[in-house]
Design a protein around this ligand. Structure first.
Ligand code: S3P
Length: 169
């Protein structure tokens, strides 16, 4: 169970439903929701696609790390939808662990994510060969998600409300 003073962080692959689930969980817990991708876009006034195209992935990752750290430092307990790549940075993984936040990994078979990521304009990394890219990403990141997670919620064949209930449990 999540403590009232503890941040809740959702991690997992792109397309797994972090943004949607975080929104509903935030309503249920009556907490603000911070979505790292949306915070970056609001702060820079640019889309993620523009940031990737103009400044490159490493510039995006630096912004992502900064926004994650700020979210974890929020004085009030929040729900954080952490973008799929946050676990790539070792400092991010340490920050997640050291923050004392409750980290829930939303986990899906990468094959089921292919159709979902196609609609996402903020995902330039899967423009080419989404199925192969997602599979490779999953293989690289699976141990990293496992490393930071306090709990794992399987999302395949589950509705949003079922996933929300599992996260809250
Ligand atoms: C990324 C995931 C995306 C977004 C960017 C890179 C990744 O966020 O930050 O396209 O490397 O997994 P979502 O997980 O919210 O789709």
């Amino acid at each position: 169970m999540i403590r009232p003073d503890q941040h809740l962080v959702l991690v997992g692959m792109m397309g797994v439903g972090k943004t949607t689930v975080a929104r509903v969980v935030g309503e249920r817990l009556d907490r603000p929701v911070l979505d790292t991708d949306l915070v970056i876009e609001a702060r820079t006034g640019r889309t993620l696609r523009e940031i990737f195209a103009d400044d490159g992935e490493s510039a995006f990752r630096a912004l992502e790390a900064e926004v994650l750290r700020e979210a974890l430092a929020s004085p009030e307990p929040v729900v954080i939808a952490a973008a799929g790549g946050v676990v790539l940075g070792e400092r991010n993984r340490v920050a997640l662990r050291d923050s004392g936040a409750r980290v829930v990994w939303l986990c899906a078979d990468p094959a089921t994510l292919v159709e979902r990521v196609k609609s996402g304009g903020h995902r330039p990394l899967v423009d080419e060969d989404p199925a192969g890219t997602l599979q490779r990403m999953f293989e690289q990141r699976e141990p990293l998600y496992r490393d930071v997670a306090d709990a794992i919620v399987l999302v395949d064949h589950r509705s949003v409300s079922e996933v929300v209930e599992a996260v809250l449990r």
